[in-house]
Design a protein around this ligand. Structure first.
Ligand SMILES: [Zn+2]
Length: 227
């Protein structure tokens, strides 16, 4: 059986043969469940939770040794919430360096209305030969068509569709068919919906696409990045 992949969630789910999910840890979450995968980073909304980057770094170092933690992030930039953008940028730079030096292959990126600030930083991170095996997943992806044209040029960037994608007015529908299946994921994030609903919504946009083919493709993407 091919499992659904919920690439980014805050629900407490259990991985089983029908579902593999990656739970993105927030600062107040302490206990790890053995049957769950996690990602670890400092979300831009919660930078204030730490007195300094050095404290946060010690925390990340100590915690990232757990085998249940299989990815870095979410980290990123948010123009609508969290501290001022300059603070967010300096924390993001520190976290990108941490990610590059870490054992993790994948980093989840949170970005709200800040693509112009974020993209150059991601490109720079991926430009070194030492990062050829590092990948970014842009979670709850949402951008304009012209911003997307710049992103699609950057290899090792993946697009995860979730809450924004499900909104009827979403701009993603202008260029949905240009996101390659080989660089696609789905997520539930903070919602309590089932991941199957996001797959179904995607399928409803394409007459010719078979549900099984889609599940298999997303599973292959997952295996490529997480094994
Ligand atoms: Zn999230």
């Amino acid at each position: 059986m091919i499992p659904y992949i919920d690439i980014h969630t805050h629900q407490s789910q259990t991985n089983h043969k029908d579902l593999i999910s990656i739970h993105s840890l927030l600062p107040h979450e302490r206990d790890l469940n053995k049957n769950q995968f996690y990602s670890l980073g400092i979300h831009p909304w919660y930078i204030d939770h730490y007195s300094s980057w050095s404290e946060a770094k010690d925390f990340l170092r100590a915690r990232s040794t757990s085998s249940e933690i299989i990815a870095f992030g979410e980290c990123g930039l948010d123009r609508l919430q969290g501290p001022d953008l300059e603070t967010q940028k300096s924390w993001l730079l520190e976290q990108l360096n941490f990610f590059v030096e870490s054992r993790f292959k994948v980093c989840f990126i949170h970005c709200v209305r800040a693509w112009n600030d974020l993209l150059p930083l991601l490109k720079k991170t991926l430009s070194s030969p030492s990062t050829s095996e590092k990948y970014f997943i842009l979670h709850d992806f949402n951008s304009s068509a012209s911003e997307f044209q710049q992103m699609i040029e950057v290899e090792n960037l993946y697009f995860s569709l979730g809450n924004n994608f499900l909104k009827p007015q979403s701009r993603l529908h202008q260029f949905l068919d240009q996101i390659p299946l080989t660089r696609l994921f789905f997520e539930t994030d903070e919602s309590d919906r089932k991941i199957g609903e996001v797959y179904e919504h995607y399928l409803s946009q394409f007459d010719q696409l078979d549900g099984k083919v889609l599940k298999e493709r997303i599973f292959q993407n997952y295996k490529l990045l997480f094994s």
